[in-house]
Structure formats: C-alpha cells, structure tokens
Design a protein around this ligand. Structure first.
Ligand SMILES: *Cc1c(COP(=O)(O)O)cnc(C)c1O
Length: 459
C-alpha cells in the first residue's frame, strides 16, 4: 500500500495565484534574484525546507503553554528532556538558529589558520569557519561526483582523503564536521559505517568530531531503508547511535525540528561546553533560552518527537520519490538517488545551449517562476563559481543544479504534480529559456545579494 501522511489538515493558508505578466514584472523588480521576490508573488515556494514546515496542533498547544521565565523555564526543561534523550550529550544549549550554533561552537574550538574538514560544509557553515580565519575543506566521497550514480550513501566523506589530510596536516586540523544529510551535496545520506570510520580516525588523530545534524531524522530513515544491519531499528534508535558516535553537534531545528525557529548545540567535553556557554550568554541569550522565545523551545521539543515518527518519514520519503518520478517523466534528470528534503535538478544537462557564464541553473529556476510561480534556487556557478572584480565568471561550479526543496507537511501531491507540469512545459522547449548576466554582487554570500540581467535567447 502507498504510504500516506499520518495527519489531516486543520488549518490552511491561501496561496497567491498570479499572471505571467505579474511574475515578469515582479522578477524584474527583484533584479532576477529569487531572494528579493516578495512571497505574495510566489505560488509554490520551494526555495527552502528551513522553517517552512507546517506546525502541528500539538506544537501550537505546547507553544500556548510556554513559560517565559528568563532562567530555568519549564519550556527549557521540556526542550532539554527531548534533546537529551535523542542526542545523549551531557551539555545541550538552545540557540536561535543553526548558523548561531556554528558561530558559538566554532569560535570555541577553531583557531585562525586551522582546518575544518567535512563531507561538505553548508554555506553558512563555511562562512562561519572562514570568518574565524580558518579554512573549510570539503572531502566528499568519489560517488558524489557522479550525479547519475544510484549509490545509496553519496553523502559519505572520502575516508582515504580524510585520513591523508589528518596525517599530513596534523595539529592544523581543528575539527571534523560531518553534515547529515549532505545538503550541499544533493541531500544524500551518510552511512553509519562512514560515521563509525570517522569516529575511529578522529580518535587516532585526536581531533574532535561534530555532526551538522540539521536532517538527523531523514538521515536515520535512509539508513534504516538502505544500510545492511539497520532495517530492524527505528529511526530514533539510529539517530541516537549517530549522535553517540560524535563529540557533539550543531543542528538547525528549522529543518527536522519542524519548527519556524530554533537550533541546538550538543557537547560532551565540559571545557568546550564552558567556553560555548560564555559566548552564548554574551551573544545569544542565557543558557536556558539561547535567543529563542519560550514558545519556540516548545515547538522544537515537540517537533523533534514528531519528526521521528516512522509513518511520517515513510510518507515524506514517498512524496520525494513520487516527485522525482514525475520530474524524470517530464524529461529532467535529478541528482540520483532522490533524497528526502529536496530534488536537485540537472540544469546543465537540460539547458545545453546556455554555457556556465549564462548560468543554466539560475535560468531554469527563473523560468520555473515565470512559467508557473514556482520559486526555487540554483546551486551552480552563481553559488559556487569564482568571479573577477567585474563580476565575470572565472571558474564555473562542477555542476549546474537547481535545488527544489520540499517543505515538511506543507504541500500535497497535487502541488508537486503542478510543479512537475510546469517543469515539463519548460523542458519541452529548453532553447527558449533565457540566460543571465551578473550586474552586481558582493564578495561574500554572493547568491543572497546579487543582481542580474536577463539575456533573451536568439530567435
Ligand atoms: C540550514 C542549515 C544550516 C544553518 O541553519 P540555519 O538555521 O538556517 O541558520 C547549517 N547546516 C545545514 C546542513 C543546514 O541545512
């Protein structure tokens, strides 16, 4: 039997229906930057799965009961109870969102000139490493480079490269940070075997091992489905084992916490925890709320319980798989195999008439918006390429992708079918899709702030 969502919809929000002309005007006003589009001009918003999931009646009920005491609030103890149980870390701090967790943790463990090694650093994660004067180095496994390979754990770190780097760089390596699932790498999961091997290497070389665990539940679910020896476990048991392998974690809970806001830092080492705590109190908030309003502590605590429900995870995986099938039927390739939080469209392959300096990923994302009011974002040369001072592309990204995120519990299969129909229309006449030119861009976090110009295709 086909899996179905283990909930019914009790509260809904209307979505805007617009005309092509309105969308043309809106995108031009936004200088062709998806982040500058007002959401009241977006019909289906697949920009991100972060903070965009639907909250449950139980989360809202808990939020209504929140205790706003500055220190030691009931809401904090409920948050602690849930996070302690799942992560097993003796030191757990709430933080307002993932990037704050990164800043607080990294500034307590990394020094300027040191190295952070990862399967793939997420964009804010890389920025927080680099802001400390340290270097973020990605070591994804070999299968990661083959978009069409259906290997089950393409999120793994390259263990041989990790060991080589640990050996050759010695003391320079300040931390190993494994992202589960690998958001920057196609949303692919990391196997438990890979995490165990990372643990052993970090023990051998005396380097702390942290998880960037924004999608800990989805990673656990894919381990249950795909990894030999885990099929009999619950996703909660697998998630607990994953956290137990590491020395600590940073985790945005806007993803698998199914909350509008929130994150957590978990730590074993009391000395690192002490340093983090001082930084947290000085910059985020007292240790029992960490920059979060009490109602958000409650939503997070409840969300972390709900996300581990196997019926929910099964239905979410089925949605992503169904969406992937529709996209493939529309004639568009994705990074295989489909993960759970997003599909990554292979725009480079679809729009072969657009060279990297015309930004095929951005071209496809823009066309999806113009054709159907669907918002998503490129992960290609705009995001990962290097540019000269006049904003000309110097080194293209290895792939020209578009990330189509799937917010949790938010859209029905009919919405996904609509998106696939829009994509199918675009894919029928790929040579009609326009390319783009960068007009202006800041040197850091470029993709959020750039402005572009549209270059219509030759008739
Ligand atoms: C979203 C995300 C972050 C940053 O979290 P925010 O809550 O958006 O600040 C860090 N790492 C990964 C893998 C993420 O997906």
């Amino acid at each position: 039997m086909k899996p179905f969502p283990p909930y019914r919809i009790q509260v809904v929000k209307e979505i805007p229906i617009t005309t092509r002309q309105q969308r043309e005007d809106a995108l031009a006003r936004a200088s062709y930057n998806m982040f500058d589009l007002p959401s009241n001009m977006v019909t289906i918003d697949l920009l991100t799965d972060s903070g965009t999931g639907a909250v449950s009646a139980a989360q809202e009920a808990a939020a209504a009961q929140a205790d706003r005491s500055y220190a030691g609030s009931d809401s904090y103890y409920r948050f602690r109870a849930v996070l302690d149980e799942v992560t097993s870390y003796p030191h757990v701090f709430p933080v307002h969102q993932g990037r704050a967790a990164e800043r607080v943790l990294f500034s307590s463990v990394l020094k300027a000139g040191q190295l952070s090694l990862s399967n793939t650093h997420f964009d804010t994660t890389r920025a927080n490493v680099e802001l400390l004067g340290a270097e973020a180095r990605d070591l994804p496994c070999a299968e990661f480079w083959n978009l069409d390979s259906t290997e089950p754990f393409k999120g793994n770190v390259d263990l041989a490269a990790l060991e080589d780097t640990l050996r050759s760089e010695g003391e320079r390596v300040g931390q190993v940070l494994i992202t589960i699932t690998n958001n920057g790498g196609g949303g692919q999961p990391v196997s438990m075997a890979n995490l165990r091997a990372v643990r052993a290497l970090c023990d051998r070389y005396g380097v702390p091992f942290f998880l960037d665990a924004a999608r800990f539940a989805e990673n656990a679910w894919m381990v249950v489905q795909r990894e030999a020896g885990y099929g009999h476990l619950t996703p909660r048991e697998v998630a607990r084992q994953a956290f137990a392998l590491a020395d600590g974690c940073v985790a945005s809970l806007k993803k698998d916490g199914i909350a509008p806001m929130g994150a957590v830092i978990g730590l074993r080492d009391p000395e690192v925890a002490k340093r983090c705590e001082v930084n947290l109190i000085a910059t985020e908030g007292f240790r029992t709320y960490g920059g979060l309003a009490a109602h958000d502590l409650e939503r997070v605590a409840r969300g972390v319980e709900e996300v581990l429900d196997p019926n929910y995870l099964r239905s979410r995986e089925a949605d992503a798989a169904y969406f992937a099938e529709l996209v493939n039927r529309a004639g568009v390739d994705i990074v295989r195999p489909a993960g759970m939080h997003a599909l990554y469209l292979n725009a480079g392959r679809l729009l072969q008439h657009i060279p990297p300096h015309g930004f095929p990923g951005h071209a496809l994302a823009s066309e999806l918006y113009l054709a159907g009011g669907v918002r998503c974002v490129e992960l290609g040369s705009l995001y990962l390429g290097t540019f000269d001072e006049d904003h000309n592309l110097v080194t293209p990204a290895p792939f020209e992708l578009v990330r189509v995120a799937i917010p949790r519990r938010t859209y029905t299969q009919a919405h996904l079918e609509y998106v696939a129909d829009v994509l199918a229309d675009v894919a029928k006449n790929p040579t009609r899709v326009a390319s783009y030119r960068v007009v202006d861009a800041p040197p850091v976090l470029r993709h959020f702030n750039l402005t572009l110009e549209r270059i219509p295709p030759r008739p």
